[in-house]
Design a protein around this ligand. Structure first.
Ligand code: AHR
Length: 528
């Protein structure tokens, strides 16, 4: 099907034009579109950290989801469960944020070091009021990050902690000398310092992190950041420095970004943004994670697409104060937040994860790819058993969710160079909601391979995307597709492969390469 592609490739520069013509057809019939890609316009490298994760002491995220303890019958390595570690390692988690979230501003790192049987039991007042054994602390987190091969992003306690407490934690983590906290770390079994790649100084200071004004939050950031020293001499250059992240806006609080940028100092390396699909615009979370109808499908995809407006508007404010784009925007909490599925433990934020969530994830990736001049990191909330998790566990059982598969499908985009595509997408309408039925992202890998990610948001109609290429000779498209029979299809502990990627192949014909996209699907292909 790629035989209509014309070769215009010269050296490393490739050009392909994307033209899209949409023709709506009767329900169920394929809607035809035309797409051309301009590979010569490849722009920014997509930072792998866009595919970051977040692990909070919340519900069964840490305890059971990651930590089972050394004596558990669940196979583990130093208390960290092997099945979860393997799945996350396979996924290639680039960075993981810990210990919160709201929990971080209630956490005292000193409770989580030393012999486990001597650690104090505290109460997780923010999430369910349950006992926190502190068995998963600093050593366990850095071991976990090491086992999955992720960079480390810690969140310091600004809301109820002190600059001294934070500074002592950093000394414990990073000092190489004989200082008291470096010695204490060695006594607790860790000779070498760890690498702290990122430190969040405050989390949601507008809410659970202290209920502050943006002015007070900005001042407090500057105070804490002054004492956020990295003691490791190897982490002092601009390339290796520990990146300091200022607590940023909630959803569309543009004044927060304005004040934060206006009052920032040299220590602000990145500013965060939090937006949860559904809960971000409708608090408290009331929509179900499964068992929804088409209206529930359409509204969630609509609200997921809202991320683009938020990124654009917050970035525009940042551009005003930082035209050189020195300060990054980290969307370090995103994902769907529904009414919990576990009414007995509402504070645990457990929810199922359906095909709809996979599309939400794919739409977020496509958005982030477009704005990597500013957006350098994003962290899904959260990794296991909480909100839009990539993994669910039930004691010894573990399943991968549709969102896991979406992350997996998009792996080739990490470190690839984004290629802007322009097209007129056909429309998908349900009730009073009209959305683009097609969402595409393209990128060029380091080896020159062109990757396309195509999302068909329409749950009823297939799409036929005719690629008229003008820059390279592509004879076929190979990759994988994620779809299912039902809009709320999900994996269960009885059947973990209801929603799983399947191979996808298309071949070029005389009239070009036609990519047939199933309704409600995510397809990622390599053009050959
Ligand atoms: O991810 C759950 C919570 O959402 C986090 O703890 C908090 O930062 C946000 O409000």
């Amino acid at each position: 099907m790629l035989s209509g592609l014309k070769t215009l490739m010269t050296g490393v520069a490739m050009a392909a034009t994307v033209m899209v013509a949409a023709q709506a057809q009767a329900q169920g019939a394929a809607v035809k579109t035309e797409v051309t890609i301009d590979a010569s316009k490849a722009t920014n490298v997509i930072p792998p950290e866009i595919y970051g994760h977040f692990a909070e002491h919340l519900g069964r995220m840490i305890y059971e989801g990651v930590w089972v303890g050394e004596d558990s019958p669940i196979p583990n390595t130093r208390g960290i469960r092997n099945d979860v570690t393997k799945a996350l390692k396979d996924l290639g988690v680039p960075v993981i944020r810990w210990p919160g979230g709201c929990f971080a501003d209630r956490y005292n790192w000193k409770d989580g070091i030393g012999p486990r049987d001597q650690r104090p039991v505290t109460i997780n007042t923010i999430w369910g009021g349950v006992e926190e054994s502190n068995h998963f602390g600093t050593h366990e987190f850095f071991d976990f990050a090491d086992q999955i091969g992720a960079k480390t992003y810690i969140a310091a306690n600004v809301g109820s902690g002190s600059p001294r407490e934070m500074s002592q934690w950093l000394e414990y983590l990073t000092a190489v000398d004989n200082s008291q906290y470096a010695k204490l770390r060695r006594e607790n079994g860790r000779e070498k310092p760890w690498v702290v790649d990122y430190i969040g100084i405050g989390n949601e200071t507008w809410g659970c992190g202290g209920d502050m004004t943006p002015e007070h939050s900005a001042d407090l950031f500057k105070q804490f950041a002054t004492f956020a020293d990295n003691y490791n001499p190897d982490q002092k250059t601009p390339e290796t420095r520990m990146i300091k992240v200022m607590s940023g806006a909630n959803v569309a609080d543009y004044n927060w970004t304005e004040v934060s940028m206006k009052n920032r100092n040299h220590n602000v390396h990145a500013l965060s943004l939090h937006y949860y699909t559904s809960a971000g615009l409708n608090w408290p979370p009331s929509r179900p994670s499964m068992g929804f109808d088409e209206a529930g499908w359409a509204v969630i995809l609509k609200e997921a697409l809202h991320m683009e407006e938020l990124v654009q508007k917050h970035s525009a404010i940042m551009d005003k104060y930082d035209p050189e784009k020195k300060v990054a925007l980290y969307v370090d909490e995103w994902g769907t937040w529904y009414k919990t599925d576990d009414e007995t433990r509402p504070g645990f934020l457990y929810q199922q994860n359906t095909l709809r969530d996979a599309l939400v994830a794919a739409l977020h990736f496509n958005i982030f790819h477009k704005y990597t001049d500013r957006v350098k990191m994003a962290n899904l909330a959260q990794t296991v058993n909480v909100l839009q998790a990539v993994i669910l566990t039930d004691n010894e059982k573990m399943i991968l969710t549709p969102t896991y598969h979406a992350f997996d499908l998009y792996k080739p985009f990490r470190g690839a160079t984004h290629i802007p595509v322009s097209y007129e997408a056909p429309k998908y309408t349900h009730g009073d909601i009209t959305l683009p039925a097609l969402d595409i992202s393209a990128a060029k890998g380091a080896d020159g391979t062109i990757w396309l990610a195509l999302v068909n948001l329409d749950p009823n109609r297939p799409l036929e995307v005719n690629t008229k290429a003008l820059g390279f000779t592509a004879k076929s498209a190979n990759g994988r597709v994620l779809t299912a029979d039902k809009i709320d299809a999900h994996n269960t502990f009885e059947n973990g492969s209801v929603v799983a990627p399947k191979p996808y192949e298309a071949r070029g014909g005389n009239s070009g390469l036609v990519l047939k996209l199933a309704p409600k699907s995510v397809t990622v292909v390599q053009l050959k």
